[in-house]
Design a protein around this ligand. Structure first.
Ligand code: ZN
Length: 199
């Protein structure tokens, strides 16, 4: 795989529904993949990007809540992340997602949580998070379980984004028809092959 070929897939691409297994090791290719994911995240003005969003079945995501590549101290790579100790009640705020361009809606999530993961150096990290960092970490961890933020909307919020979602669905159906994306079975086979090499 050539990491420079990676690109962001849009809902309802099947890889966004894939539940990824933990990675066993970090190697040079994985570091190149992460580098490309950071590049794509900044290019598309996002603050987080999960591996499913670049069509890869790996349990990792990149994050920089400033969205600013110059703010390297806020840039993180989380491998095999786990969210725990949700606390502080629920907080509601608007979310968007690079895989659902044009869709924005309020989502309720735990106000605080602990994120445990490995970084690219293979060191274990435990971070107590709140605010946007806590929200983004929960949003990205959801991706690794095949959950997208529109799954968490209230009925009212869902109704408000219905047309935008229908538009994404018809765009994806068009790509399938044109052969611009492989069919579901081919996607599943490719994910299985990639997964067997690293997880
Ligand atoms: Zn997202």
């Amino acid at each position: 795989m050539d990491p420079t070929d990676l690109h962001i897939v849009h809902y309802p691409h099947p890889t966004l529904r894939h539940r990824s297994k933990p990675l066993r090791r970090v190697d040079a290719e994985l570091r190149q993949i992460v580098h490309r994911m950071l590049e794509l995240m900044y290019e598309h003005r996002g603050i987080g990007l999960a591996a499913n969003q670049v069509d890869l079945p790996y349990r990792l995501f990149t994050l920089n809540i400033s969205g600013d590549p110059e703010q390297r101290d806020l840039e993180h790579v989380f491998i095999n992340p786990v969210v725990s100790r949700r606390s502080g009640g629920m907080a509601e705020a608007e979310e968007g997602c690079l895989s659902l361009p044009g869709v924005y809606a309020p989502v309720r999530r735990a106000a605080r949580c602990v994120l445990s993961a490995y970084n690219l150096q293979g060191e274990q990290v435990h971070l107590k998070l709140e605010g946007l960092f806590a929200r983004a970490a929960q949003h990205e961890c959801d991706h690794l379980d095949g959950t997208v933020f529109i799954d968490r909307l209230t009925d009212t919020a869902r109704a408000s984004v219905r047309d935008d979602i229908l538009l994404l669905e018809s765009e994806f159906a068009g790509k399938l028809e044109r052969g611009a994306v492989p069919d579901e079975q081919a996607i599943a086979e490719r994910l299985g092959e990639l997964e067997s090499l690293r997880t």
